[in-house]
Write a protein that binds this ligand. Sequence first.
Ligand code: PHE
Length: 336
Amino acid sequence: MTLHEFQQACDALRADAPARIAAALSLEAWHDVRSAMVGRKSGRLTELMALLPQLDREERRDAGAAINTLKLALEAALEARKAELEASAAPALQRDLTMPARALWRGAVHPVSLVIDEICDIFRELGFTVALGPEAESPWYNFTALNFPDDHPAMDMHDTLYLQDGGVLRTHTSPVQVRTLQSYAPPVRILAPGNVYRRDFFDATHAPAFAQLEGLAIDEGITFADLKATLAHFARAFYGERTPTRLVPSYFPFTEPSGQMEVFFDVGDGRGARWIEIMGCGLVHPAVLEAAGLDSEKYSGWAFGMGPARIAMSRFGLTDIRLLYDSDVRFLEQFA
Ligand code: PHE
């Protein structure tokens, strides 16, 4: 036997090993393949090793190294196959392809937040930015600066939640008007979303804590026409291009004249299209501008306040406001 013949025999064993190992489809078959290839008694590798003494001393060294490398390669390939076979022989339960998949939860933006975001987007295009104010407010910002007379019924303990230090939980976002005008010189165009609190019972149409969204535009020469055109633009952008809008007279101490904007809209509750109120609004009262330190002869402007929960109810056809507070996932996940 020559070294060349010996190497050819090694190559042949190496060449057909992958196919033979892969053909072992069970652990029993694997054991058979293993003993046929590297088994101590009758394996082909052992047979080759038995031929080593027939080689010259010099050749034996190279041949020995070659057969050792081959042995390691075969054993690694055999072990890998064994691991595969053992994995697929795992308990049947783990391989039950009919088992239901785990449900994937998808988070959803709350409908009230959806509405606030959408309204802010519409006004952002008109140059409005977002401003915030505190929820624990002083009666001065919440009432006095907004031109409420001292005996106004809204200030009554029956309607307002007073704090022990004499503050109030703000009953509307309008105090942000005054705070903003104290800090920024006109022109001012802001939206102020936030939570407000009233001493109300919790029923289908009222909540003691709810979101409001305030808007304010102050500059030189702003008129009621600006208010009407801007709010009508908003209503059409939000409810649809063909939505009719109208302003009807109303009253707030901090605006003069005051109005409420209504849209003719089908909220989808089965009662058909009708006029629905979407916000209170008006020209900012000169007394409010003066309280904030502005010259009411020079500056004028308008403001509005809306309730995003009510807007969401009209938009999504909801008849009970409590759906927006219950955190019922079956309801909320519809907005994902
Ligand atoms: N603050 C008023 C309310 O809570 C809404 C409003 C804001 C009205 C701004 C006019 C101007 O009902």
